[in-house]
Design a binder for this molecule. Structure first.
Ligand SMILES: *[C@@H]1O[C@H](CO)[C@@H](O)[C@H](O)[C@H]1NC(C)=O
Ligand SMILES: *[C@@H]1O[C@H](CO)[C@@H](O)[C@H](O)[C@H]1NC(C)=O
Ligand SMILES: *[C@@H]1O[C@H](CO)[C@@H](O)[C@H](O)[C@H]1NC(C)=O
Ligand SMILES: *[C@@H]1O[C@H](CO)[C@@H](O)[C@H](O)[C@H]1NC(C)=O
Ligand SMILES: *[C@@H]1O[C@H](CO)[C@@H](O)[C@H](O)[C@H]1NC(C)=O
Ligand SMILES: *[C@@H]1O[C@H](CO)[C@@H](O)[C@H](O)[C@H]1NC(C)=O
Ligand SMILES: *[C@@H]1O[C@H](CO)[C@@H](O)[C@H](O)[C@H]1NC(C)=O
Ligand SMILES: *[C@@H]1O[C@H](CO)[C@@H](O)[C@H](O)[C@H]1NC(C)=O
Ligand SMILES: *[C@@H]1O[C@H](CO)[C@@H](O)[C@H](O)[C@H]1NC(C)=O
Ligand SMILES: *[C@@H]1O[C@H](CO)[C@@H](O)[C@H](O)[C@H]1NC(C)=O
Ligand SMILES: *[C@@H]1O[C@H](CO)[C@@H](O)[C@H](O)[C@H]1NC(C)=O
Ligand SMILES: *[C@@H]1O[C@H](CO)[C@@H](O)[C@H](O)[C@H]1NC(C)=O
Length: 502
């Protein structure tokens, strides 16, 4: 049978049954193959150039000189499983998130021709985004958020037709949003918020038929809101807060965005009327505050509404009766407008019965002059009426208690877990940070937790409490865990808009 030719087989091997021989044979074969396969030499050089332009104080990349990147497991480098037509293994992912790296991104990144994931998020990178990245035709994820990158967005990124997600938020990018991005024909997420991107939003972006989330808040955009964006069939989140579209209105066509869940246009210098959004079936979140909007509040919004913030505009007319029929509403902010008529007390009477549900209604500084119904909201409803005529003429304690003008702490969405278990204090092993599993079916079961921080970039709720359980079920079912294996330790709002940490 020729077994003797394999150095890894001893003489005893001759007595093995056939199936075991096959196993031994294929094992030897595999070892030989792995040693024979190496990374593409041009990619090795590109990686060394990438390392050279980085500053790596914690020495995370110290193994980027030993042997071959694909065979020797360089930190953050993942390769194809088998050789390509050129006989080499290729780098498919570069994942160097949160490693205190500074320095800049080398143009040689463009030579990693089969790269699918490029992830440098949460470092201290400076310099600009190399245009050469636009030649990575297989790239699916380009994740550069949370650095100090400057310069403008290269037009060449528009060539990335396989790109699913572009995250460049929280950098110092300036210059325009390139028209060429209209060619990113697979993109679902454009996260470009918190930079200094300026100029007009290109109307051409309506071609992005796969786009889900457009986050451009906290930039320096100007011009008008393109009505064409209403043609985006999958669009779920439009977030443009803190830009200056001086004189632009909100296009009426946005009422045709049938998948829209969140529209946030706070402080955008917008004029004109609020469009009819009544046929957006799953709108959860509407923030049009701090603009110059006028006219009346649209008479109907989706039953899914969690948050309505139309404060600090010039809206007149009365509060729509349909707002008394929003079963999941958590926040209604209409303060600092010109609203008149009565305060509808049935807004909170129609809520769904969730134990942890809460509702904040802020109607301060309007022209509301009467109450319809009995003014006795339950404890989980916060009502503010200060600065309305109804407070000036108020003579009963029923009304004056809601007339303070102070800002209450209604944004409190914080929690820390308090264990209710009657387990012996510190009876878990202290090495490896063991602790009790709060929801374990076995009482006082110790385990060493894997701690994960989860940052929601664009939540639609104002209070998280009612969503703790659905969120736990979502995470555990997605990860194939039992619900007791996940415990939400704490959650809080992070400084700045639209963020919650869990
Ligand atoms: C590869 O590196 C990781 C950490 O960077 C380490 O956990 C793993 O054991 C290494 N694998 C091999 C085969 O060296
Ligand atoms: C980053 O640097 C900080 C202090 O400068 C240090 O505490 C932290 O552990 C570093 N993180 C990593 C991943 O190297
Ligand atoms: C952002 O870039 C501008 C120049 O474009 C520079 O003046 C500023 O210091 C940078 N800010 C940060 C935080 O790096
Ligand atoms: C999109 O790509 C095509 C070629 O594929 C090019 O002709 C066109 O100018 C690009 N569009 C934009 C808006 O850059
Ligand atoms: C914002 O854009 C204007 C031009 O539209 C420019 O003059 C200004 O310097 C930019 N501001 C920032 C902070 O980038
Ligand atoms: C409103 O947006 C402008 C930019 O248009 C910004 O300078 C200003 O700080 C924003 N105001 C608030 C309260 O965020
Ligand atoms: C908007 O533009 C008008 C003139 O068209 C100007 O008077 C006003 O100051 C601008 N407002 C803002 C917030 O830029
Ligand atoms: C909404 O779309 C329909 C057809 O899809 C169109 O007839 C209508 O004009 C659109 N409405 C607006 C306001 O664009
Ligand atoms: C909710 O309120 C509306 C109008 O106030 C009323 O017609 C309806 O019956 C209420 N629904 C429930 C479930 O209480
Ligand atoms: C207040 O809590 C009760 C039950 O605790 C619930 O039925 C009701 O829907 C809640 N109200 C609001 C406005 O969330
Ligand atoms: C005042 O409150 C009491 C209960 O606290 C309620 O019975 C009464 O109807 C209220 N009066 C008005 C005018 O809302
Ligand atoms: C984004 O920019 C705004 C306005 O400058 C700021 O309030 C907010 O904290 C920033 N967000 C992040 C995540 O840096």
């Amino acid at each position: 049978m020729g077994f003797d030719y394999f150095p890894c087989l001893g003489t005893k091997m001759l007595q093995l049954r056939t199936c075991e021989c096959v196993f031994v044979l294929s094992y030897c074969y595999l070892v030989l193959l792995t040693v024979a396969q190496v990374s593409s030499p041009s990619e090795v050089n590109a990686l060394l150039a990438v390392k050279n332009s980085l500053i790596d104080p914690m020495k995370h990349l110290s193994n980027w000189n030993k042997g071959d990147p694909c065979a020797f497991n360089w930190t953050g480098v993942s390769c194809s499983d088998s050789a390509g037509t050129d006989g080499y293994l290729h780098v498919q992912a570069l994942q160097l998130m949160n490693m205190n790296l500074s320095g800049s991104l080398a143009p040689e990144l463009g030579q990693l021709s089969q790269l699918k994931i490029l992830d440098f998020m949460w470092n201290e990178l400076t310099g600009s985004i190399p245009r050469e990245i636009g030649s990575l035709s297989s790239l699916k994820l380009l994740l550069l958020n949370g650095n100090k990158l400057s310069g403008s967005l290269p037009d060449e990124l528009g060539y990335l037709t396989k790109l699913n997600r572009l995250q460049v938020d929280q950098n110092n990018i300036s210059g325009p949003l390139p028209k060429s991005f209209a060619n990113m024909s697979s993109v679902r997420h454009l996260h470009l918020n918190n930079n200094s991107i300026s100029g007009q939003i290109p109307p051409e972006l309506y071609k992005l038929s796969t786009l889900f989330h457009l986050l451009l808040d906290n930039n320096n955009l100007s011009g008008y809101l393109p009505p064409e964006l209403s043609k985006l069939p999958e669009m779920q989140i439009i977030q443009l807060d803190n830009n200056n579209f001086n004189g632009s209105g909100i296009p009426a066509t946005y009422g045709n965005l049938s998948r829209l869940a969140k529209l946030s246009l706070r402080n955008c210098s917008l004029h004109g009327a609020i469009p009819d959004l009544s046929s957006v079936p799953n709108l959860y979140y509407l923030d049009l505050s701090e603009n110059n909007l006028s006219g009346s509040i649209p008479s109907k919004l989706s039953d899914s509404m969690r948050t309505i913030d139309l404060s600090e505009n010039h809206l007149n007319g009365s509060i729509p009766g349909s707002f008394s029929n929003l079963p999941f509403l958590q926040r209604l902010s209409l303060e600092n407008n010109l609203l008149s008529g009565s305060v509808p007390t049935d807004i909170w009477q129609n809520m769904t019965s969730t134990k942890s549900a809460r509702l904040t209604i802020d109607l301060r500084n309007n022209s509301l002059s009467s109450i319809s119904g009995a003014l006795n909201p339950p404890d989980n409803v916060t009502l503010r009426l200060g600065g309305n005529p109804i407070c000036e003429s108020a003579n009963t304690a029923n009304i004056t208690q809601f007339c303070g003008s102070e800002d209450g702490g209604d944004r409190k969405a914080e929690r820390s877990r308090k264990s209710m278990m009657a387990c012996p204090v510190q009876a878990c092993p202290t090495d490896n940070f063991f602790e009790y599993v709060p929801a374990s079916p076995l009482p006082c079961f110790c385990a060493s937790p894997l701690k994960v921080g989860y940052r929601l970039k664009s939540p639609s709720f104002s209070y998280f409490d009612p969503y703790v359980l659905p969120f736990e079920l979502y995470v555990t079912s997605s990860l194939d865990l039992n619900p007791y294996q996940l415990a939400i330790d704490s959650y809080f709002w992070e400084e700045g808009p639209h963020k919650i940490f869990i």
